[in-house]
Write a protein that binds this ligand. Structure first.
Ligand SMILES: [Zn+2]
Length: 275
């Protein structure tokens, strides 16, 4: 079955991962800008990273028949350095004309600090000025509920933000409904240790339905698994979900969300059904 992984950090993955993903049916992915595991010291380092995301990685993916798209930002983990964050936000517009750049992300909160909120709001302002989609990282574990509420409050109080153009990612059982009820798209991250397992993600689908919801592996440099999307497909099948429901969740929903982007440049092998 064809699928799209809407959140995966391929700069951290080896070429064999592209091979395994292609074999399992991955036809496209999107790669948000994120924390590299250490704090980068200059805007120039981000400039190189953004070039890697927009120039190098799409070519690497294409060798395996996978279409690569990306998102631009400075991650919440680095937002404590407000002056560096502002320098990075200033160079983002240069990359907003590159093919396959879907918008601003993954922005959000990590420890729910004041500086993180400031930089989150400045990213949202840039996205509104430039008419970009937004991909939002919600905090981990004990900070998740409070952080998700703070993020939703900021977004819903900004009248220019259209919820159908925002994806709230890393939702779990206790946060999915908050975002769905406010009209946002949501993403469930299938992680081996924290976040959701494929089984819990299927539970969430069974509780909240199949509208405006998708899954991703968020594969990165830490404990993570790019094969969690195929595992999610197998789990949906074993729980009795039909092929069209699974196709909608792992292919059509991400496609529908991403194709709102101005520079969306993926030619889907199966066209979207008219809703
Ligand atoms: Zn991520």
């Amino acid at each position: 079955m064809y699928y799209i992984d809407p959140h995966i950090h391929m700069v951290s993955r080896i070429t064999d991962d592209y091979v395994r993903m292609a074999r399992a049916g991955c036809v496209a992915l999107s790669e948000p800008a994120f924390w590299a595991g250490f704090d980068r010291g200059s805007a120039a380092a981000f400039h190189d990273y953004f070039r890697q995301l927009t120039e190098f990685e799409p070519q690497r993916a294409a060798q395996f028949g996978i279409h690569h798209m990306s998102w631009m930002c400075i991650n919440a983990k680095e937002a404590e350095n407000v002056s560096l964050s502002r320098e990075v936000i200033a160079i983002i517009p240069e990359f907003l004309d590159k093919p396959g750049v879907l918008g601003i992300g993954e922005i959000g909160l990590n420890k729910n600090t004041k500086n993180e909120v400031t930089i989150f709001e400045e990213h949202v302002e840039l996205a509104m000025k430039t008419d970009e989609l937004i991909l939002v990282h919600t905090p981990h574990l004990e900070d998740k509920y409070k952080g998700t509420r703070m993020i939703l409050d900021i977004l819903t109080s900004e009248s220019r933000v259209k919820p159908e153009r925002v994806l709230i990612d890393h939702v779990e059982e206790h946060t999915a409904k908050l975002a769905l009820d406010a009209g946002f798209w949501v993403g469930m991250t299938l992680y081996p240790i924290t976040k959701c397992t494929p089984q819990r993600a299927v539970d969430i689908i069974e509780c909240f339905g199949t509208e405006r919801i998708m899954a991703n592996s968020a594969g990165d440099w830490g404990p993570s698994n790019p094969m969690n999307m195929p595992d999610f497909i197998r789990t949906l099948r074993s729980r009795g979900h039909d092929a069209m429901t699974i196709h909608k969740l792992v292919y059509e929903n991400p496609l529908r969300f991403m194709s709102q982007a101005r520079r969306f440049n993926f030619e889907p092998p199966i066209p979207l059904r008219v809703q």
